[in-house]
Design a protein around this ligand. Structure first.
Ligand SMILES: NC(=O)c1ccc[n+]([C@@H]2O[C@H](COP(=O)([O-])OP(=O)(O)OC[C@H]3O[C@@H](n4cnc5c(N)ncnc54)[C@H](OP(=O)(O)O)[C@@H]3O)[C@@H](O)[C@H]2O)c1
Length: 282
C-alpha cells in the first residue's frame, strides 16, 4: 500500500524525509506531488526511492494520502485528487483548521487527522492522531505504526487538538522564541558577553535540563534543588510568576481565535478558494 504526500512544503517534505530516513524506513513506496515543481524535484534528487507525479497520479497509486497543503489550498487539492478517490483510500489532514466532518462530507474515503511537528526532522516529539469519520481500528493501528518510526504518537479527539497542538506542533517555535529572548536579555544585561555565547549558554542549559527527568529528577525537584528560598533564582521565579501564566493563557487564546478566524474564512468550494489570501499554519 503506497503512501502519498500531496504538498511538499515545510511539513510534507519534512514527513517524507523523516519517513525515508527513519531507523526503520517504511517498506511502502512513497509518492509526492507539489503545486510548483522545484521543491518536488529537489526532494526526488535526495531520495531515489521517492516517486513524484501529479496529485491525481498519487491518488491512483497510493491508498494512504497525506494532504500537506495549507487550509486555503485544501479544496483545490481535493478537487485534483477526487476523481480517483474511493472508499479504500485513507485520507489524512494535517491541519486543525479544516474539520474532519467537512472533509468526510467532501470525499468517499476513510479519514483521519495527523498533526505533525517539526521535531520529527530529528525523529522525535509527538504526532497527534485523530481518527475521523469511517476510519477503522486497522487504519489507526497502521498510522500508529507509521508515525512511531519518527515520533511518539498521541491519540485524541478533534476538540482536544488545539491545546495539544499548541504544545507539540507550535512548541518548537515557542521554545525557540523563549530561548532567543532569554539569550538576548543576558546579552542586554551584559553587552560584553557576546550574543552567540549567550545563545550557547542557553542551548547547553536547556539540553542538560531536559536530560534531568531521565535521571529521575522531575520538574518539581529541579525547582526545589535550584531555587533556594530568598535567593536570586527564587526572586527570578517570582518575576516569572507575574508574567508567565498570563503569557501562556494569551498564547492559548490567540491560537484558538486564529484557528476560528481561518476556519470561518475557508471554503471547500475550489473557486471561492482563489479569492483567499495565504497564511495559516497549524
Ligand atoms: N509548519 C509546521 O510546523 C506545521 C505543523 C503542523 C501542521 N502544519 C500544517 O501543515 C499544512 C502545510 O503547512 P506548511 O508549513 O508545510 O505549508 P507550506 O510550506 O506552504 O507547504 C504547502 C505546500 O503545499 C503545496 N500545494 C499547494 N496547493 C497544492 C495543490 N493543489 N497540490 C499540490 N501541492 C499543493 C505548496 O506548493 P507551492 O510550492 O506551489 O507553494 C506548498 O509546497 C498547513 O495546513 C499547516 O497548518 C504545519
Amino acid at each position: 500500500m503506497a503512501i502519498g504526500f500531496v504538498g511538499t512544503g515545510r511539513m510534507g517534505a519534512m514527513l517524507v524525509r523523516a519517513l525515508l530516513g527513519a531507523a526503520q524506513p517504511v517498506d511502502e513506496d512513497i509518492w509526492a506531488s507539489n503545486r510548483s515543481q522545484e521543491k518536488l524535484e529537489e526532494l526526488s534528487i535526495l531520495y531515489a526511492r521517492l516517486h513524484i507525479g501529479r496529485s491525481l497520479d498519487l491518488a491512483r497509486e497510493c491508498r494512504t494520502l497525506f494532504l500537506c497543503v495549507r487550509p486555503e489550498d485544501t479544496a483545490r487539492a481535493l478537487e485534483e485528487i477526487r476523481p480517483a478517490l474511493t472508499p479504500n483510500h485513507l485520507l489524512i489532514l494535517i491541519t486543525n483548521v479544516v474539520e474532519l466532518d467537512t472533509l468526510a462530507a467532501a470525499v468517499p474515503c476513510r479519514t483521519a487527522k495527523v498533526i505533525p511537528s517539526y521535531t520529527q526532522f530529528v525523529r522525535g516529539g509527538v504526532s497527534l492522531l485523530i481518527p475521523g469519520p469511517r476510519c477503522r481500528p486497522a487504519d489507526v493501528a497502521y498510522l500508529r505504526d507509521l508515525l512511531e518510526r519518527v515520533s511518539r504518537t498521541y491519540e485524541l479527539t478533534e476538540p482536544q487538538a488545539r491545546a495539544a497542538t499548541n504544545v507539540v506542533s507550535c512548541g518548537p517555535a515557542f521554545l525557540a522564541r523563549f530561548c532567543a529572548d532569554w539569550a538576548a536579555a543576558a546579552h542586554e544585561m551584559q553587552p560584553d558577553l557576546p550574543l552567540a555565547d549567550c545563545e550557547m549558554l542557553v542551548r547547553e542549559t536547556v539540553r542538560a535540563t531536559i536530560e534531568l527527568p531521565r535521571a529521575g529528577i522531575d520538574a518539581r525537584e529541579i525547582l526545589d534543588e535550584v531555587s533556594t528560598p530568598g535567593g536570586m533564582t527564587y526572586e527570578g521565579l517570582k518575576a516569572m510568576d507575574e508574567v508567565l501564566p498570563a503569557m501562556w493563557r494569551a498564547v492559548m487564546q490567540r491560537t484558538a481565535e486564529r484557528e476560528r478566524e481561518l476556519r470561518a474564512a475557508i471554503s471547500m468550494e475550489p473557486r471561492a478558494q482563489q479569492a483567499l489570501g495565504a497564511a495559516s499554519p497549524q
